[in-house]
Write a protein that binds this ligand. Structure first.
Ligand code: URA
Length: 189
């Protein structure tokens, strides 16, 4: 029987790809370990790598604002990434790195057993929903995967770069709120 303590301990010793050589801190995940809603990003950036916590840099500030818009916060959701160690220079994580890290994410998903997963950006959506996922065309759509409701929206970094995408992201958040009301037991929003 897996436990969060065991999983964190195992993950801390990971040498499954070469990213551990250049990272400062491993970024395991943050939030409520009993949450019904899980957000999955891409991988740690500079601030996250320094602090060991996901989404604490500029994109994280925007993610917090996005959660607030639908009356959520970090204590009510769980946040993890496709890869736990920072790719140097914030490049996209390579396929081999994503594959090497996948077992940790799968164990997090199994332990949390969320009703809803929200993929933040293309890399997470390609890993969780479909390898040929097109974020501009398919964001905001709901998929049923392993008994969970799964949706992707734009990555907060993309929304920082291109504010014209924000209204669409807001519609995705509204759809998320509706879905939470429909499928989550906890009194959420
Ligand atoms: N971007 C991500 O995808 N994850 C983080 O933790 C921070 C920035």
């Amino acid at each position: 029987m897996d436990s969060w303590e065991q999983l964190k301990h195992d993950c801390a010793g990971c040498r499954g790809c070469s990213l551990w050589e250049t990272r400062h801190e491993l970024v395991f995940g943050v939030g409520n370990e009993r949450a019904e809603v899980m957000f999955i990003g891409e991988g740690p950036g500079e601030q996250e790598d320094r602090q060991g916590i996901p989404f604490v840099g500029p994109a994280g500030k925007l993610l917090d604002d996005m959660l607030t818009m639908i009356d959520l916060d970090r204590n009510r959701v769980y946040i993890a990434n496709i890869v736990k160690c920072r790719p140097p220079g914030n490049r996209d994580p390579l396929g081999v790195e994503q594959d090497a890290c996948r077992g940790w994410l799968d164990r997090q998903i199994r332990l949390l057993d969320p009703k809803i997963i929200v993929c933040l950006g293309r890399i997470a959506a390609m890993g969780i929903i479909s390898p040929d996922f097109r974020i501009t065309r398919e964001h905001g759509k709901w998929y049923d995967i392993d008994g969970r409701r799964v949706m992707a929206t734009y990555h907060p970094s993309a929304l920082l770069r291109d504010v014209s995408k924000r209204p669409e992201a807001f519609m995705d958040l509204r759809s998320l709120r509706k879905e939470i009301r429909a499928v989550c037991d906890s009194v959420y929003v």
